[in-house]
Design a protein around this ligand. Structure first.
Ligand code: ADP
Length: 271
């Protein structure tokens, strides 16, 4: 990977996003920040904002992945945003929002940047076996209210390189295409695709998206390593369940694993 200085591209523009959005309610309220601890944390502080509000920062000081892992958020290179959702859903169905978001981001990046991205179950967008985007959905149920879900999306867009700890597993759209992209256009495309898929999900459930999700899966039909709190083991990923969990074959048995419990790695590399 090139070790050039990162390109700090033009700031994300709320006007450009709003001009390009094709949504009914996702992104009708956008809060932009220069620097913030984490856009998910900010959305949690602003839970009374309308359904579909979006929080976007040029830089996160404490970007988070799952299990309190760090999300590296180089200033003005990537997209760091969170969408606040107030769905009429049972808490059991909330984890399915993660694969729905994965599908929306993958679809938007394929359309806007023409990159053949895939989805590493459950929450990463990958290309050439490296991670381009992470998704973190968090559930909060304020007393007496319906579930509020905060979906954090971190996309590496114009980064030229990555810090040592992740340089082997991370990539950006720039690294893959050698082109610099307008992040506002990508934000608008992601939010537009998100609303489209999310509405299908709310009306018909995740099974209605299962075929499309599986077709873009980088995990299905591969040997994987399952990293669970009780240990690691190898298994073969055979499919995605209609509830969004991963179906694996292990020691001759078929099992389901849910995203809260495990991390999945490829046998030889990240995917
Ligand atoms: P996992 O892939 O293990 O489920 P998460 O989705 O929680 O992990 O994402 C956090 C992990 O992603 C970090 O531990 C680190 O390995 C990696 N990472 C952190 N920042 C970035 C980034 N900007 N791009 C790609 N990978 C990153």
């Amino acid at each position: 990977m090139k070790k050039e200085k990162p390109t700090m591209t033009e700031k994300i523009s709320q006007n450009t996003i709003k001009k390009l959005l094709t949504t009914r309610y996702i992104g009708k309220n956008i809060f932009c920040y220069d620097t913030i601890d984490s856009t998910n944390t900010e959305a949690k502080r602003k839970l009374s904002s309308p359904d579909g509000s979006v929080f976007i920062a040029e830089h996160q000081q404490k970007g988070r992945g799952r299990l309190s892992r760090v999300w590296e958020s180089e200033k003005s290179c990537g997209i760091y945003m969170s969408v606040l959702l107030k769905p009429q859903l049972s808490p059991d169905s909330v984890p399915e929002i993660t694969p729905v978001t994965g599908l929306a981001v993958a679809s938007a990046l394929r359309k806007i940047c023409n990159v053949p991205v895939l989805i590493k179950w459950p929450n990463d967008i990958v290309i050439s076996g490296k991670k381009l985007c992470g998704i973190l959905a968090e559930l909060t149920i304020p007393e007496g209210e319906i579930p509020h879900v905060i979906v954090g999306i971190g996309i590496n867009v114009n980064n030229h390189s990555f810090p040592d700890g992740i340089s082997d597993i991370a990539t950006s759209i720039f690294c893959e295409t050698e082109k610099t992209f307008d992040r506002s256009e990508i934000v608008a495309a992601v939010l537009s695709e998100f609303e489209r898929y999310y509405e299908i999900f709310l009306n018909y459930g995740f099974p209605a998206l299962l075929k499309e999700y599986t077709e873009l899966s980088a995990t299905v039909n591969r040997e994987v390593e399952i990293i669970s709190p009780t240990g690691c083991y190898r298994a073969f990923a055979t499919g995605i369940d209609p509830d969004g969990s991963l179906i694996i074959s292990h020691n001759g048995k078929t099992e389901k694993v849910s995203s809260g419990e495990v991390s999945v790695r490829g046998i030889y590399r990240y995917v």
